[in-house]
Design a protein around this ligand. Structure first.
Ligand SMILES: Cc1cc2nc3c(=O)[nH]c(=O)nc-3n(C[C@H](O)[C@H](O)[C@H](O)COP(=O)(O)OP(=O)(O)OC[C@H]3O[C@@H](n4cnc5c(N)ncnc54)[C@H](O)[C@@H]3O)c2cc1C
Length: 404
């Protein structure tokens, strides 16, 4: 089976691929999304949308529906088990910089469903489920895709390919783009529970990080429940980590025995810090998890991926529409790879090291930094700009391969 050449094909219908598709369609560019799954993924994965990401989704017309299905988190809190609350930071302090001064807690599958609903019926948009990209070949003028289409071989051809096909990206692997970095020895256990942490910890924020040399954890409120994230020791097997005994013991570390603590859902996952050595090879681009993966402390993976997608489509759209020279595409790799290395990787690694710090001097530094930021409005604003990823977006915009 062979198909007519298309301007853009996107591999992967995760949040990053779907956002890229929506923005290209908005620019009147026909898009085909190839998705290996039979339907959109519905796993419980990322569930935080940062303020500027919400502004971007509003520009695409999807923010309102997502906000209706999510929970607004106006504040973020840092605590330590020995010192209690160190600082609570309200996004209202950056309301002059964003239209949505809060984090939105909503599972990522809600966004992909909203986008699919929004694009369905648009003649510029097509999605082929059950289509797994197998390999990529390209010349100076075209990209050829070999695909298993519901078990049958198919080929597609396009001018430009966006690889939004997740952490095991075929776009990346079959074109020898390295994925440099490391894997943490421990895994993360995420437990979803209806336990009312607002009653257990009065004043707790919907996004709450708790530092402890052994029992550090992260609490994230979603609609009707909380997600509790904790590390699992490297020497414990996956089966043991997911066993009732271990899950119960884990939640009991932070919920007293007299409080009922049912577990609605558990996820155990291995956490990596890896960045592709380039986000572009000729006519193909990487975005989202295909380009970078990091630990979830800070909620920067999916948000950073959405920022990649929109950075790329803001350049690719005008190139395809004849309004810009192809040379602007070089900025994509420079801008997004630089901020991924500096901000996304740097921040998520620092967040983890701060929460798990064992050395007293490191713990004191974290405690002092957060207390100092909480006591000084300018420092609080700087912290909020960084954790909302505004700094990384501003930095990306300032980088150019050549003068425009
Ligand atoms: C188990 C787990 C839990 C997570 N939890 C959190 C969390 O709590 N907080 C957080 O911030 N982040 C979390 N993440 C990370 C977050 O989910 C990702 O950053 C986000 O999904 C990235 O979006 P994406 O669109 O780039 O990739 P994905 O969401 O992975 O989407 C990729 C899409 O491509 C499709 N695909 C893959 N290969 C092919 C192929 N060869 N051909 C066609 N289609 C293909 C897949 O089926 C999928 O639909 C988690 C990740 C995992 C794996």
């Amino acid at each position: 089976m062979s198909n007519a050449k298309l301007p853009v094909i996107i591999a992967g219908a995760g949040p990053v691929g779907m956002v890229a598709a929506a923005d290209l369609v908005r620019q009147n560019i026909p898009v085909l999304v190839l998705e290996k799954g039979a339907v959109l993924a519905s796993e419980s994965r990322a569930s935080t949308f940062h303020p500027p990401t919400l502004d971007m989704l509003e520009n695409l017309g999807f923010a309102r529906a997502l906000i209706e299905q999510g929970l607004k988190a106006p504040t973020v809190q840092y605590s330590s088990s020995e010192d209690g609350v160190l600082g609570t930071f309200d996004f209202a302090a950056i309301s002059d910089l964003v239209r949505h001064p809060f984090r939105l807690q909503a599972e990522q599958f809600k966004l992909t469903r909203i986008i699919l609903d929004g694009l369905s019926g648009n003649p510029l948009f097509s999605i082929a489920f059950g289509n797994e990209l197998k390999s990529v070949e390209q010349t100076s003028y075209s990209v050829k895709l070999m695909v298993s289409a519901n078990g049958r071989d198919a080929t597609y051809e396009c001018d430009w390919l966006i690889g939004a096909d997740g952490a095991n990206s075929v776009v990346r692997r079959t074109q020898d783009m390295e994925f440099e970095g490391f894997t943490w020895p421990e895994r993360f256990l995420v437990m979803t529970t209806p336990v009312d942490f607002t009653a257990l910890r009065p004043g707790v924020s919907p996004v709450s990080y708790v530092a402890d040399p052994v029992r550090w954890h992260f609490l994230l409120r979603i609609l009707g429940a909380w997600r509790v994230m904790m590390p699992v020791a490297a020497d414990m097997s996956d089966d043991e980590a997911l066993s009732d005994a271990h899950v119960t013991a884990s939640i009991r570390r932070i919920v007293p025995a007299e409080v009922d603590a049912p577990i609605l859902h558990t996820t155990l996952y291995r956490v990596h810090q890896r960045v592709a050595t380039t986000f572009r090879k000729g006519r193909s681009f990487l975005a989202g998890d295909a380009a970078h993966i990091n630990n979830p402390l800070g909620g920067m993976g999916m948000n950073g991926g959405i920022h990649d997608a929109l950075n790329l489509t803001a350049k690719l759209g005008p190139v395809i529409n004849g309004a810009a020279d192809e040379r602007i595409l070089a900025d994509y790799d420079l801008q997004r790879r630089t901020v991924t290395m500096q901000a996304i990787q740097g921040d998520t690694i620092r967040n983890k090291r701060n929460l798990e710090a064992k050395d007293e001097a490191d713990r004191a530094r974290f405690r002092d930094d957060i207390r100092a930021a909480a006591a000084d409005p300018e420092k609080a604003r700087a912290l909020l700009r960084r954790i909302a990823m505004l700094d990384s977006l501003e930095r990306a915009d300032s980088l150019h391969v050549a003068e425009p």
